[in-house]
Design a protein around this ligand. Structure first.
Ligand code: GLN
Length: 309
């Protein structure tokens, strides 16, 4: 058994029995029904192998992890114009915060907080009809993971459509400033649906692989983005990927990472691996509690921190 395989198995076993699990998100009612007892981990290596353990074949709601992929798509479509719409600075605020928007004239701090991701979705919608945009996002993930089975969980999307009042407030506020230009309802519809994409940790680790290998898929050798762009997306993940918990994640895990309120985290060990973890219970910042602990254990054991082994 390889060192990675042993680490993955041992960490999954340890996490499975831990009593501290955090609390599942309930503000999206459908997510509140998920069993917090689940845990999964998958590591996609530079040889293209995916090593996984725990509930690694169970699809979960990727939620804000999708923001990495919408940012990648938007950069591919429009290049640096994206950065006129959103900044690249950590917000130090919760994921759904509205306060900075007023002071910064409707320009969200970064593409990974809700306001920023809604604005990026709106930018994608300037080139596509809503259905096409959603199809592009879903097909991009299916292509990256090499798996057509990846789907949108309509029940989760509908659940957020019904209850997403703060996202509606963010989108309307940005519309007033002109940083959302399209029809607010369309933008939110696409945003809620891309957050509701369901994937397993195996699929997610594979989909993130290009970010660990200078923009290239290590299996096919195809270039997804330039090396420079991959580095820059990783930089934004490191500084902004965990909202007001980004500093703590960098301190403990030492890798670029993006979390979602479904309990998933995608973490990138440049040159080494793409890692996906999932455990639905969240900490106070809305990031997976056991997911973060598992990543901390894995990076320590493998010496994968970007700040040195
Ligand atoms: N769809 C969720 C929301 O907008 C995503 C938030 C998250 O994963 N942090 O509230």
């Amino acid at each position: 058994m390889s060192e990675i395989e042993a680490a993955v198995r041992e960490i999954a076993e340890e996490m499975r029995v831990r009593p501290d699990r955090g609390a599942v998100a309930t503000y999206i009612p459908e997510l509140g029904r998920v069993d917090p007892g689940q845990f999964a981990i998958a590591v996609a290596t530079k040889d293209g192998e995916v090593i996984a353990a725990g509930d690694c074949n169970t699809p979960f709601s990727i939620q804000s992890v999708s923001k990495v992929f919408t940012l990648t798509l938007a950069l591919g479509m429009m290049g640096d114009v994206v950065w006129q719409r959103v900044g690249r600075e950590p917000s130090g605020s919760p994921f759904n915060s509205i306060v900075q928007l007023e002071f910064e004239k409707g320009r969200p701090r970064n593409p990974f907080i809700n306001a920023g991701a809604i604005s990026v979705t709106d930018l994608i919608l300037s080139k596509y009809q809503p259905r096409e945009a959603l199809g592009e996002i879903l097909r991009f993930l299916q292509y990256l993971a090499d798996d057509d089975a990846i789907y949108i969980d309509e029940a989760v999307a509908a659940s957020e459509q019904r209850t997403g009042y703060s996202n509606r407030a963010l989108a309307n506020f940005m519309k007033a400033f002109g940083t959302v230009t399209g029809t607010v309802d369309y933008t939110l519809g696409v945003y809620f649906h891309h957050c509701a994409i369901a994937m397993t940790v195996r699929q997610l680790a594979r989909a993130g692989s290009f970010l660990a290998h200078l923009g290239r898929d290590p299996v096919t050798g195809f270039s997804v983005v330039s090396a420079e762009r991959a580095r820059r997306i990783n930089a934004v993940m490191l500084t902004c990927g965990h909202y007001d918990g980004s500093g703590e994640f960098a301190y403990r895990v030492g890798l670029p990472g993006k979390s979602g309120v479904g309990g998933g985290i995608l973490a990138i060990a440049p040159g080494k691996a793409s890692i996906a973890v999932w455990s639905p219970g969240l900490d106070a910042s809305g990031n997976s509690h056991l997911g973060r602990i598992a990543l901390e254990k894995l990076t320590q054991r493998m010496g994968w921190s970007v700040f040195g082994a």
